[in-house]
Design a protein around this ligand. Structure first.
Ligand SMILES: [Zn+2]
Length: 454
């Protein structure tokens, strides 16, 4: 009887939500666990979530691989009941068995699940209603087989992105699976909190707040889109953005002016889009395929074999707001973050009176013309080639905002973008949210806006 009442008590606690399990930290989380709602109801569907999943991880570097234990404090943050939960194994997109899960439990009990190469589907013993919580416990290994596509090992540098099991995001009532496209970023994540004890003799580069004691790195993050790291030795230089984060630049051979330019661009974005909530931004020169740069939460990779121009730098920095702070479905609606990153890079170059601004504006407009009648709101796997993907999504996507600016003016365009940042920070926006909000606020026919994307 006593045992039964203890079990009932534990079940009651589990159903109460997460505020109680969030360990007290030095950070004031009170503001991030409740969304701010606007009385004006500018956006038809304000964010519904009131808390974030928390990943507790203990990771041991075994040299050849990482051994991980993970407890995910899961919350059904969607407004629909769940009969299953999907975990994605993102690194398995780029090669088989990079991530191997060896045990899985839910609320400390065995649970039925289906194992796939790149995902695990947990079959819930009972329906999890909106707001219900569960603890998912996993044991996993992450292996590095030398393949190198943002994840993997290259000489003595390890890129740890996409490296651990993660709750799949949801779109239109379904779990979203990831499948690899080398010329795009075919993944996205719900913002989550990470508490990680990482044991390694290697040097760890990370933007996330941590305390290091010997080989023990103890991390505690605010809500972030992903928890990415680099293991390896690169030399460091840094500069602080006035009233902003410290920008730390790691490289074997530091590029001239990269940090100075980054600080200037970052100040511009902070003024236009709102403050950056994290203390550090890491820029790192690493080996990389296809891309000049690639964005992660608090960190940007630059291709160490390529020149990084100001436009590219500005594009990648803009992703800290569009990808990082405000997310979107990068598989079906990649025009949102790529279009905005290009538009904002253009606005920075224009504000600096750089000739490249005019060249890009012309380029955007030519591609809008070339791709008229070609919808850019489509799955990245459904573009006929990587060139078409880049031209349509990056350039026609940016031109959408040029056209919006022509209708409502520059000042209102920035005001609108800043408002999205405020209302959807740590959330996910969609094409419909953007268009409906623009249409309502500025009395523009929604169909005219959709036409700019089709
Ligand atoms: Zn981009």
């Amino acid at each position: 009887m006593k045992k039964l009442s203890i079990i009932i008590f534990i079940l009651m606690i589990l159903s109460l939500g997460f505020s109680y399990v969030i360990p007290q930290t030095h950070t004031d989380f009170s503001s991030i666990f409740s969304f701010h709602f606007n009385s004006e109801a500018e956006f038809e569907t304000p964010p519904q979530r009131s808390s974030f999943p928390i990943y507790h991880m203990e990771i041991r570097d075994k040299d050849e691989y990482l051994a991980g234990n993970m407890d995910i404090f899961f919350i059904n943050q969607w407004d629909e009941p769940l009969d299953n939960i999907q975990l994605n194994l993102p690194a398995n997109m780029t090669g088989q068995n990079n991530i191997i899960v060896s045990s899985l439990k839910m609320n400390n009990k065995n649970v039925a699940f289906n194992n796939h190469a790149d995902k695990i589907i947990i079959l819930l013993p009972q329906t999890l209603m909106p707001g219900d919580t569960a603890i998912i416990s996993l044991t996993f290994e992450t292996h590095f087989k030398g393949n190198f596509t943002r994840f993997g090992k290259y000489d003595d540098t390890y890129l740890l992105t996409l490296w651990h099991p993660v709750i799949a995001p949801r779109a239109a009532g379904n779990w979203v699976s990831f499948s690899w496209v080398p010329h795009a970023d075919p993944y996205f994540f719900e913002a989550s909190i990470f508490h990680v004890d990482f044991y390694s003799d290697k040097y760890i580069i990370s933007p996330h707040p941590h305390v290091q004691t010997g080989n023990h790195y103890k991390f505690e993050t605010k809500p972030v889109r992903d928890f990415s790291l680099i293991m390896g030795n690169l030399s460091r230089t840094s500069q602080r953005v006035p009233r902003g984060p410290e920008i730390i630049y790691y490289s074997r051979e530091h590029r001239a002016d990269l940090v100075e330019n980054a600080v200037d661009i970052f100040s511009f974005y902070t003024k236009k889009l709102g403050p950056y909530p994290y203390p550090t931004l890491v820029l790192a020169d690493v080996p990389m395929d296809y891309f000049k740069g690639m964005e992660f939460s608090g960190m940007i990779f630059f291709n160490d074999q390529q020149t990084i121009d100001v436009f590219t730098l500005a594009h990648e920095l803009a992703h800290q707001w569009w990808y990082g702070l405000v997310g979107n479905d990068q598989i079906r609606e990649s025009w949102i973050d790529e279009g905005l990153a290009n538009y904002l890079a253009y606005k920075y170059c224009q504000a600096q009176a750089l000739p490249v601004a005019d060249a890009f504006r012309m380029y955007f407009s030519i591609m809008e013309n070339n791709y008229r009648g070609f919808s850019i709101v489509r799955k990245i796997h459904d573009f006929p080639s990587d060139i078409v993907y880049r031209q349509a999504v990056y350039l026609k996507g940016a031109n959408f905002w040029i056209r919006v600016e022509e209708i409502i003016g520059e000042k209102e365009t920035f005001k609108f973008l800043k408002r999205i940042q405020e209302d959807y920070q740590y959330g996910i926006i969609t094409t419909d949210i953007i268009i409906q909000a623009l249409s309502r606020k500025y009395d523009i026919e929604a169909s005219d806006l959709y036409k700019l994307l089709n």
